[in-house]
Design a protein around this ligand. Sequence first.
Ligand code: HEM
Length: 487
Amino acid sequence: LSQILFKNPNEPPMVFHWFPFIGSTVTYGMDPPRFFKENRDKFGDTFTFILLGKKTTVAVGPAGNDFILNGKLKDVNAEEIYTVLTTPVFGKDVVYDCPNAKLMEQKKFMKIALTTEAFRSYVPIISGEVQSYFKKNADFKPKSGVIDLPKKMAEITIFTASHALQGSAVRSRFDETLAALYHDLDMGFTPINFMLHWAPLPWNRKRDHAQRTVASIYMDIIKDRRANGDAHEEHDMMKHLMNSTYKNGTPVPDHEVAHMMIALLMAGQHSSSSTSSWIMLRLAQNPEIMEELLQEQIRVLGADLPPLQYEDLAKLPLNQAIIKETLRIHAPIHSIMRAVKQPMPVPGTKYVIPPSHVLLAAPGVSASDPQYFPSPDTWDPHRWEVDSPNVPSIVRNGAVEEEEKIDYGYGLVSKGAGSPYLPFGAGRHRCIGEQFANVQLQTIVAETVRAFKFSNVDGSRNLIGTDYASLFSRPLEPAKIRYERRD
Ligand code: HEM
């Protein structure tokens, strides 16, 4: 009754709930996309629900994405929400443990390191890691077999990313100490840590120990590289960050380089690993697309399938479309949150969001809306073909107008205003890893289709469900598929 009687007409409608603190936490947590869609059908694009005692206002659709992701710094704040979770994992003075202006400078350092020249050197590194994984991993030794995919894709993702971005010295440590330490760090990256980040729980103690140990391993490598004049030929991120200087003239201190390295690997690992698992599960569900991918490579690169080069990736449109289409349906980040700092009128409505609320953007809702993507639940990479009507032109062409792009301090980025497809976010917190993720995923897919045929274990066209229990959505495990080696 109180929810009806004390309703403020200037606030968005509230999702009904029985218990004050819990509110809709459970229904949201079990299946966020379904929760968003059901409530959008009931209330429209803007509504509020209680998430762990906090009034959380969801704004979906292209206008909602724009309202939240392009919110002004005086109105919305990300670090207030994320810092309890990320600072114990990444470490001090980086990302959300510093003022936003400093994050923008750090993002600029990271983004500048990701040049075409760097990508050119990454493709052979990634190819080499994938090939050697398939050769050495015991589960891939037989001519055919059944594997639990997500664990394999997580390993392939971390080996390829660490080698390309962090250099061979860091990569070689992944075979021994670093893999276990990153696993402990990962345990600090779950929803439960939003509530219990401070508690002296065993996994928090492990997380803190792992953070200190990983940071000191990186700092030793940095010292070593500095002492030896950093003769590395590698175009890795560590080298670039070690030589970066803030606008006020301060060189980036070693502990910040180390913490940014952890942040980069953690930020990319979950999203890329989950995406690569979904791609492979979709290929097992659609074996004929896997054949088409191989034929595309044979047609474009030649029947002897020469070693992949960076330039080859742009010549393989179906290989690229696989990633776009998988991110459309399986975007790993389903909820993006901001604290509200000032009353914020929602354009085109009578609503004003007060500072006591949290805002939640869910770009996945518009990416699976039939208004923009016909038959949205069908995974169809061919919809990304140039003449297909199944992708809106704003998504295909991006923001063409110069004023649609904006510089928040880390280079020009598209505002994405009006786009229903934003798997990499928009605005000042937009992903700087998009191109790297694309290079990494496209190379992994191209190498995998050269090596294997995949199918569902039971020969069906079924797809495994989604696990929303971690902060990133990913396939429910075990997610087994059948592989057959190609000769
Ligand atoms: C931010 C998605 C891979 C580094 C973001 C955001 C999204 C996203 C949606 C915006 C978060 C927000 O607004 O709060 C993805 C997806 C990936 C991916 C779908 C892969 C498929 C990567 C990789 C890296 C990376 C590989 C590193 C090399 C970052 C960083 C930010 C970010 C540094 C900025 C956070 C901020 O400014 O608050 N990513 N990402 N991401 N991502 Fe990614």
